[in-house]
Design a binder for this molecule. Sequence first.
Ligand SMILES: Nc1ncnc2c1ncn2[C@@H]1O[C@H](COP(=O)(O)OP(=O)(O)OP(=O)(O)O)[C@@H](O)[C@H]1O
Ligand SMILES: [Mg+2]
Length: 387
Amino acid sequence: MTPAAAIRSGRRTSHRKSAPKVAQSKLKIRDLRKTYGPVVALAGAGLDLSEGEFLTLLGPSGSGKTTMLMMIAGLTQPDSGEVWIDGKLATYAPAHRRDIGMVFQNYALFPHLTVFENIAFPLRMRRLPEADIAREVGRVLDVVRLPGVGDRLPRALSGGQQQRIALARCIVYRPSIVLMDEPLGALDKKLRDQMELEIKRLHQELGITVLYVTHDQEEAMIMSDRICLMNDARIEQIGSPADLYFRPLTVFAADFLGESNLFNALVEGETGAEIALRGPAGALIRVARDPERPAARGRPVKVMVRPEMLTLLADGALADNVLDARLTQVILVGGVTKYYARLADGTLVSATALTRGPVAGVTPDSPIRLGWSKASGVILAGAERPR
Ligand SMILES: Nc1ncnc2c1ncn2[C@@H]1O[C@H](COP(=O)(O)OP(=O)(O)OP(=O)(O)O)[C@@H](O)[C@H]1O
Ligand SMILES: [Mg+2]
């Protein structure tokens, strides 16, 4: 048995077999709210995590991510709302009764204790026999791929290795939910890339439920089953990485994840399966109709088109949507080339294409035509939040 499989098989599989129930959430929060004097840190958030899910709280600094995590862990008391763990109300349960593990940004290892003793700590707190402790510590050191460092002090390890020990200490007592608050924030880019994959592997092999926090959109996209986007103490949107990228609901969501063109437009009408809008520089914009995004005639909206969905059209080529523009800049980034252009009214447009060799035939200020399909435009509800 692999170390990971051994840990998995040791997990409490519960009594559910004899009493089958409707699948319940592993973790559920309802209308959770926290204020600090006049500051609203979290303004009534609701969330459901299923068993084995990897969900990431993504959002700018101060949007309430840590506040939510601390209330779930039982380290901060909410003003109101509920926290449910494994179907039990746990809003005011003490932290040590919650079966939750936490990993923070700065390792938080005890500097004067060896790696072995650091990892053994939560097991000693739980009064496990010495022989069991030795076995379990050895096992998690294998899981995080650091066998043989048990005798070292934390300072004799690299940053990435210390973070793996922090992870080992968190999973050694088999918590059913692991909360991680920017665990890779202190690491350099290369180490972070490695650790992202490492944590993903651990999540898959151990089958743990993870609630992860980051303000790095790429990290969130790479690691998560679902992303919960936070903005100003509220949940902006919850969905799969693809949902958030291709179907953002708001300007904030479109802006926070990836690059986007956001065209001001006015709804002119619906014809069958498409919506017609008047866009910048008087251009006609056609967007495939989406029943979830009603667009009333005369209403000002934003139409989002990702730069990679725009193509430079050859002379005479057709597309659902065409913009006449003047090229302002061509930037070879490496694998992709970015084109920046201006419409007649000054609106800036960006298009990204895979690099197919040195760019020929396009010089700054030359007229170009940019096209995209009506399926790749998304109507957003201006700057307001759909409720
Ligand atoms: N103990 C506290 N006392 C007063 N205000 C607080 C306290 N903790 C958090 N806040 C405020 O609550 C808001 C949310 O903070 P929180 O730490 O949850 O943000 P965050 O999303 O984790 O940000 P970051 O990405 O910077 O870690 C912020 O405006 C913050 O200043
Ligand atoms: Mg934080």
